[in-house]
Design a protein around this ligand. Structure first.
Ligand SMILES: NC(=O)c1ccc[n+]([C@@H]2O[C@H](COP(=O)([O-])OP(=O)(O)OC[C@H]3O[C@@H](n4cnc5c(N)ncnc54)[C@H](OP(=O)(O)O)[C@@H]3O)[C@@H](O)[C@H]2O)c1
Length: 347
């Protein structure tokens, strides 16, 4: 018999994955409404992240957000193997990986996915994303001024060549769903128009200080699930992603007041808000108390309507992951990556 507290915690200190809400994708498949992020942000080692994946599965996580560029899929693969041999079935897991920017060319997409599969020790992925819509490479751990010498803007015809290969991955059964990441409305409009297999999700930055209401609605109204990265405001993000104007959602008085009422860390309020709003947050943590607390947050007492409303009023339009390293021309500002005028920024 499962004995469970009001917060959803079982006697063995884990959460019953059956209590975690699921999002239904356009295919009819279900995706757990919270996942564990795995980007060690240039300072958490691959082994530490892999250990967190294994322990997070033990406390009830079933969804893991991976990427080849995080440099830890090989270690995570061993962790996943231990999870699977420990009794959790492959079909109970949701594993995402992502195609890195230097692998957009037609010859690279399938090979790159196969490499992730081999590193992760899996024979299919639940979701494979094009990590960024630009084929612009930057070396791991670089600073904000770093640019690849062949950096270029979004060119739709080129993106669609990459996307055709993504579709082929679905045809070959290597991947169950494909999706986009770091897209804007004008870019997504073109992809939705031209895709044979449409993106199942768009992964995008989403937290109380960056709610992206227009893109969020666009994504949902077109049948895609919004997956929200940096849901806590990415306090451990690399130096290249910090500017003096950045704000901190976990220090917002509205979030802190709710956290005090619930006696939880403000991070947990960000996660509860995200799930209740309808996005799929993928918080990163390597600390058991933290990732367990985040999971507990989504199965315990929900935020009130008033609290949900008050969080909706604290959006600061504060993008934290600006992507400067993907700019393609001298003297450009990072806003040009994000089509802020509603049109794709011309080359
Ligand atoms: N598609 C993309 O382009 C993209 C871009 C960025 C990120 N992502 C994905 O999104 C994931 C999450 O984003 P992120 O890593 O930038 O930031 P995040 O999840 O907003 O923040 C992670 C930080 O929050 C802390 N934290 C987590 N839970 C906490 C809790 N309950 N109490 C206190 N502190 C807590 C963690 O520290 P501790 O380890 O100390 O708990 C960690 O430093 C990434 O790992 C990656 O998988 C995708």
């Amino acid at each position: 018999m499962k004995v469970q507290s009001a917060s959803g915690l079982l006697m063995n200190g884990s959460i019953d994955p059956g209590l975690v809400p699921q999002r239904i994708l356009c295919s009819g498949s279900k995706m757990p409404a919270i996942g564990l992020g795995t980007f060690g942000s240039d300072h958490v080692s691959p082994v530490e992240v892999a250990d967190a994946v294994e322990s997070a599965a033990a406390v009830g996580y079933r969804h893991f957000d991976c990427a080849s560029v995080y440099g830890n899929e090989h270690e995570i693969g061993y962790a996943l193997q231990r999870v699977l041999t420990g009794g959790i079935k492959r079909e109970q897991l949701w594993i995402t990986s992502k195609l890195w920017n230097d692998k957009h060319s037609e010859n690279d997409v399938i090979l790159s996915c196969k490499q992730s599969l081999s590193d992760l020790r899996l024979n299919y992925l639940d979701l494979y994303l094009v990590h960024w819509p630009f084929p612009n490479f930057h070396p791991p751990g670089c600073d904000v001024t770093s640019r690849s010498k062949d950096a270029r803007p979004y060119i739709h015809a080129e993106f669609m060549k990459t996307w055709r290969k993504m579709e082929e991955l679905v045809d070959q059964g290597l991947v169950r769903h494909i999706g986009t990441s770091n897209m804007t409305i004008p870019k997504l409009r073109l992809v939705l128009r031209d895709a044979r297999i449409k993106p199942a999700v768009n992964e995008m930055e989403l937290h109380p200080h960056f709610q992206q209401p227009e893109l969020f609605e666009f994504v949902r109204s077109n049948g895609l699930v919004p997956v929200g990265y940096s849901p806590i405001g990415s306090p451990g993000r690399p130096e290249r992603d910090r500017t003096p104007e950045d704000t901190t959602p976990t220090q917002d008085p509205v979030i802190v007041k709710i956290a005090n009422r619930l006696k939880v860390h403000p991070a947990v309020v960000c996660i509860k808000w995200a799930v209740q709003r309808g996005q799929v947050p993928i918080p990163f943590s390597t600390k058991r108390d933290h990732y367990l607390g985040n999971l507990e947050g989504v199965v315990s007492e929900p935020l009130t309507d008033d609290e949900m409303h008050s969080i909706s009023t604290i959006d600061r339009n504060c993008r934290l992951i600006k992507g400067q390293v993907f700019l393609w021309k001298e003297g450009q500002s990072w806003e040009e990556l994000w089509d802020v005028n509603g049109e794709i920024t011309p080359p």
